[in-house]
Design a protein around this ligand. Structure first.
Ligand code: ADP
Ligand code: MG
Ligand code: MG
Length: 365
């Protein structure tokens, strides 16, 4: 079995991907029946074949992978065939594991490229990835299925009178303030529609803060959603499988910051506590697992996803927040930890993901 691991990538989550991939490749490198190829994708989007020994050393010593952009190791893609090296020789690959987060990794684009090269790919395909990354469209599908989502409104940068985003959100902000007043009121969360790791997200307490938050979000995406800010517990569920996926006992993220922001996720070691399993009544835990499973199937996700729910403190209501089709994947990340707590080791999880990718590719062809 020849497995290609893709990491890095063109999104704001490039560094996070390098850390996730360090965990994955250290584990895969220890599997005798498996040969591993490492492909680093630079921020500019170029693919470079990496020296495995060098990267494994970095993974062990620094806990992350790096990317050496040696022009002789530049790779290309040949539709209908696969990944080729600088000489045009096809790289042997039975399965590709995109350990990528965010744009051009988690959003269906790389999945489409791989599909055109007939390469089985771990995780969701084009549709599931694209919908999972698109917070608004995922919500629309979930709402249609009667699944509970947090109240929201959307703001498009086309509503900014065609002017450039920077410095011109005053009109759009005034308009949004009115719409918020007419619906759920402040405080709110302002989020770029397609992003992750809390990049571009601001909690806004009062109308004065909205323009700056919109501007920040529009720097990441041309479509922004504004949600009612709820006082919540954050409950996450690991989903694993294709058509008939299983779920694991949910975990809880307890941020020490005002919300689970980028720093709490990655730079502040005390930014959040993870509690696995979450302390929940069994019936409630089951309901959250059922919602997560339905949310996964509704957007056509495959392989793996972490479905994040909110449990409203006052009312006990469950809301779907979002689905992450390529969640953080270091051995200490929430997804692998919840699966491990459910009795599946990190190594077994990686093997299962690869076989799910092959299964999905068989069904397609
Ligand atoms: P990302 O895809 O970047 O993780 P999320 O939608 O999960 O974006 O938002 C990041 C974090 O912001 C959440 O984990 C939570 O802490 C906080 N948050 C987001 N939306 C809300 C909301 N409507 N009410 C309360 N907290 C929220
Ligand atoms: Mg996300
Ligand atoms: Mg999130």
């Amino acid at each position: 079995m020849k497995v290609v691991v893709l990491y890095g990538g063109q999104s704001q989550e490039h560094q996070v991907s390098c850390v996730s991939a360090a965990g994955v490749v250290q584990e895969l490198a220890g599997m005798a029946d498996l040969s591993l190829t490492l492909v680093g994708i630079t921020l500019e989007g170029r693919w470079f074949l990496q020296d495995q020994a060098e990267q494994l050393r970095r993974a062990r010593e620094e806990g992350t992978l790096g990317i050496t952009p040696d022009p002789r190791a530049l790779l290309g893609l040949r539709p209908g065939e696969g990944i080729v090296d600088a000489e045009g020789t096809l790289l042997a690959a039975d399965c590709v594991f995109p350990v990528l987060h965010g744009a051009y990794g988690e959003d269906g684009t790389v999945q489409g490229l791989l599909e055109m090269c007939h390469l089985p790919c771990v995780g969701s395909g084009v549709t599931g990835s694209a919908l999972g990354m698109d917070k608004i469209r995922a919500k629309q599908i979930w709402e249609q299925r009667g699944l509970p989502v947090v109240p929201y409104i959307t703001v498009n940068d086309r509503s900014l009178d065609g002017r450039s985003v920077g410095g011109c959100t005053a009109g759009a902000a005034r308009d949004a303030v009115e719409r918020i007043a007419g619906t759920f009121g402040f405080p709110v969360f302002v989020k770029p529609n397609a992003a992750g790791s809390s990049v571009g997200i601001t909690r806004v307490e009062a109308p004065e803060g909205l323009a700056a938050a919109l501007e920040r979000a529009f720097r990441v995406d041309g479509t922004v959603l504004i949600e009612q800010a709820l006082a919540v517990r954050e409950i996450e569920t690991a989903v694993l499988g294709n058509q008939d996926p299983r779920t694991f006992p949910p975990g809880e993220v307890i941020p020490s910051h005002q919300f689970y922001d980028y720093e709490a996720k990655y730079t502040d070691p005390e930014g959040a506590a993870l509690k696995i399993p979450a302390d929940l009544e069994p019936a409630l835990a089951q309901r959250i697992r059922d919602i997560s499973r339905e949310a996964f199937c509704a957007v056509d996700a495959a392989g793996l996803a972490r479905v994040d729910c909110f449990l409203q403190r006052e009312t006990g209501e469950v809301y779907l927040n979002e689905i992450n089709t390529l969640p953080g994947f270091t051995p200490i990340s929430m997804y692998p930890k919840m699966v491990q707590a459910g009795g599946v080791t990190y190594a077994e999880l990686l093997r299962e993901l690869i076989s799910l990718a092959l299964e999905r590719a068989r069904h397609r062809s």
